[in-house]
Design a protein around this ligand. Sequence first.
Ligand code: NAG
Ligand code: NAG
Ligand code: NAG
Ligand code: NAG
Ligand code: NAG
Ligand code: NAG
Ligand code: NAG
Length: 447
Amino acid sequence: MGLNVHRVHSPTLKSIILLLALCTLSDCYDPLDPNGNISVTFDIFQRTPDNGYLARVTLQNYYQYRHVDKPGWKLGWTWANNEVIWSMSGAIATDRGNCSSYSGSQMPHSCKKDPTIVDLSLDASQNRSEHCCRGGLLSPWSIDPFYAFSSFELEVRNVGDNPLGQAPINLTLMAPGPGYTCSPLLDTDLSVSSDFGGLRQVPVLRTWKSTCAYSSFLANTIPVCCVSLSSFYNPAITSCRNCSCGCREADKSTATCIRSSSLSRSNEDNTIDEMIECTDHMCPVRVHWHFKNNYMNQWRVKLTISNYNYNRNYSNWNVLVQHPGFTQKARTYSFNSTKLPTLGLQDGVSLFWGIDYYNNELVHSDKDGVGLVTTEILLDKDPNSFTVSNGWAFPRRIYFNGENCEMPLPDTFPMLPNGGSILRATYCGFSLLYILLFLALLLILWF
Ligand SMILES: *[C@@H]1O[C@H](CO)[C@@H](O)[C@H](O)[C@H]1NC(C)=O
Ligand SMILES: *[C@@H]1O[C@H](CO)[C@@H](O)[C@H](O)[C@H]1NC(C)=O
Ligand SMILES: *[C@@H]1O[C@H](CO)[C@@H](O)[C@H](O)[C@H]1NC(C)=O
Ligand SMILES: *[C@@H]1O[C@H](CO)[C@@H](O)[C@H](O)[C@H]1NC(C)=O
Ligand SMILES: *[C@@H]1O[C@H](CO)[C@@H](O)[C@H](O)[C@H]1NC(C)=O
Ligand SMILES: *[C@@H]1O[C@H](CO)[C@@H](O)[C@H](O)[C@H]1NC(C)=O
Ligand SMILES: *[C@@H]1O[C@H](CO)[C@@H](O)[C@H](O)[C@H]1NC(C)=O
């Protein structure tokens, strides 16, 4: 609204500054995964006599904790000339396009100028290629590097004068929704495979590469997750902030609320209406951190992830927690976990995910109860930093499936029964200062 009102002045400058401000404050740059990206590599490994080539396209997910979920990735590009995809294995083009200029008995697989490619399902039996057919899913790099990449092969004909073709332009990646921006496909060092058990190096003929980066700002999604807190020393629970992921309608009588997953309704394809349990936070997912025990040399946390959707399961979910306590040894009982490099952060960062066939599927809620997965975590104490006061024992940041979860405000954190408030003041004052700075920045931008 503000932008429209002030359009008379300098709208572009203002919106650019606003965008930059939002970028720095949200996650155009993710400090917990600064090098994350999905790379797309186009390797031409053979020329064909029909003015064409054979190529292998590889998608590699380098994100530490962002996966490509169902219904899977969609890769698109625009051919630079009049290329056609003669055949394809390990994936398919969604549209054949206009092949009316081909009259032979065999028709090209796709004549479209801007084909869209989707992966084959896991059980596809025909037209397979090596490392193909993963239903469009890519695992996060730090959870399963083998399933973090996927390849398909294609034969391209009609490539024009340059026998090794010209790189396609305008690469697009939906993984599965919007939010990814891909750099142009550029010539890079040739990919090399090895032969004879590693004795012989075999470079391909030409390699083009692009990297695609995610921005939740571009994805335009409403928050999906919020954090609630509790502790052994205070019976009060700090619930998720009201309206963390949208506000429930005034009519409180319904148990089921409809939630749209995207802010923009322009692209109907990517807007899914979800049925969720009506709550004050309206988040489909809640992560609860309970500070359960304080022992002499260790402390124990119970971590619970609840799914308030009525019709959506999260397969292969993951949760990332930033907390100074994770710099110490931690034992996780019912989830799989790993520590991630922290690149200059003082806190530790731990990634949690489900155990196969046990709790790697976070099932939806139904009338009988909320779908949830839970674990206890036993952490060693660093006597120099551990404290029950100041809200120290609560997480600094939590991500669910790579999306930032809304934290409660520090001044609502569970309080020590007495004397805690003086100690809390520093932490809370710091955060208030931060909020005031943000508001001041917005005001400056607006007026
Ligand atoms: C993509 O990720 C890889 C692995 O983390 C990294 O080496 C590379 O620099 C990244 N590329 C870009 C453009 O960020
Ligand atoms: C799949 O394989 C069959 C036989 O191997 C071939 O005729 C067909 O063209 C292939 N399909 C695609 C999409 O390349
Ligand atoms: C398909 O392409 C041919 C020429 O290649 C053109 O004459 C024809 O109009 C096109 N058909 C459609 C439906 O665009
Ligand atoms: C490539 O994308 C740009 C920006 O979206 C657009 O202006 C251009 O027309 C596209 N080129 C082709 C050949 O589609
Ligand atoms: C959140 O909403 C509930 C009921 O909808 C209300 O009782 C409570 O006071 C609200 N909390 C805040 C902090 O506004
Ligand atoms: C979610 O998982 C449960 C248990 O595995 C299954 O019964 C249900 O059909 C699944 N629902 C959806 C929407 O996939
Ligand atoms: C933990 O995850 C790793 C990588 O995905 C896997 O190899 C290992 O078997 C998992 N452990 C359990 C107990 O699921």
